[in-house]
Design a protein around this ligand. Structure first.
Ligand SMILES: [Zn+2]
Length: 304
């Protein structure tokens, strides 16, 4: 099962890159794949990046934001399979190693070290934004940062109140809240005891509060887990443990719920594989109906 980087994975990349990049300038930039910067010319983007000095490495949801002292920012989205690797001696392409066919870009820093970007499926993006564009660009695409101390249940409630889509789909929408993907949406809803197909606007205030809390807890757990495997971590397949050991519901179909022992069920919601506990997470209004009505409902909803 492919696991796409979500907030915890990107946060881990951020923490690893921050000490490497902060205070250093991009001495030389080589972008080998025009898809990475399109519609902009990769050679031109590389030239623009050269000489920029990094002020801080930031993150919003799944966006990695390399903020430069000039006020410009390089917005990196890893999408499916993007990863960044730092090599102390910039020896990635020297010596007798075969050149990496999935390497898309290399940034050589002013201390001679390299940061290499590789991406097997090539959905990742690099976008250089001018100072005035940075915040408006990001605000238009992603909602609030769920791990911010100032992020409250009322902020989530505001984004859900007019949404008739299932809560799972609403959480996957990056404008609802930044950085939650398929794994952490399921984890959050299990913690909150909310069925993934519950229409978002029908959640009670208590349920919204529980989803808010569940989301923050599962994301924090994800950040801690990533942190513990930081040393040899490589996105996206550097998962050393088995998924079913690391998550409460995600990837655990047929295994007992850790709260009540009921086998975890897998359905489709928002077009994605969705794991939940049929006993802890009951769909209101469907509780008394036969279980055979549920799959057809999920199929119908996922196709729209
Ligand atoms: Zn359960």
């Amino acid at each position: 099962m492919a696991s796409v980087p979500e907030l915890p994975e990107v946060e881990t990349v951020r923490r690893r890159l921050a000490p490497v990049l902060t205070g250093h300038s991009f001495a030389r930039v080589q972008i080998d794949d025009a898809r990475l910067t399109r519609p902009f010319d990769p050679v031109e983007v590389a030239r623009e990046l050269e000489g920029e000095r990094v002020q801080l490495v930031d993150r919003r949801g799944k966006y990695l934001i390399v903020r430069f002292e000039s006020g410009r920012a390089l917005l990196i989205h890893l999408r499916m399979t993007g990863s960044l690797r730092h090599a102390q001696h910039g020896d990635e392409q020297r010596g007798d190693e075969e050149p990496d066919p999935h390497r898309r870009a290399v940034v050589t820093l002013d201390d001679g070290s390299d940061v290499t970007y590789r991406d097997v499926r090539r959905f990742g993006t690099w976008l250089l934004l001018e100072p005035a564009e940075v915040d408006t660009y990001i605000d238009a695409r992603v909602g609030r940062e769920p791990l911010d101390a100032a992020y409250r249940a009322k902020h989530l409630a505001e984004r859900l109140e007019k949404r008739r889509a299932p809560i799972k789909a609403a959480l996957l929408d990056q404008r609802t809240v930044a950085g939650v993907g398929n794994i952490y949406a399921d984890e959050a809803l299990w913690r909150a005891k909310v069925h993934p197909l519950t229409p978002a606007s029908e959640l009670t205030p208590d349920e919204v509060a529980a989803v808010h809390k569940g989301m923050r807890e599962s994301l924090r757990a994800g950040v801690r887990r990533q942190g513990s495997t930081l040393r040899d971590y490589r996105l996206p397949d550097g998962s050393s443990g088995r998924a079913q050991d690391r998550f409460e519901v995600y990837g655990r179909a047929g295994e007992p719920c850790r709260r009540c022992g009921t086998p975890i069920d897998k359905i489709r919601a928002a077009g994605r594989g969705t794991w939940y506990c049929p006993s802890c997470q009951v769909l209101r209004g469907y509780a008394a109906s036969s279980s055979s009505s549920r799959p057809s409902r999920s199929r119908r909803q996922s196709s729209v």
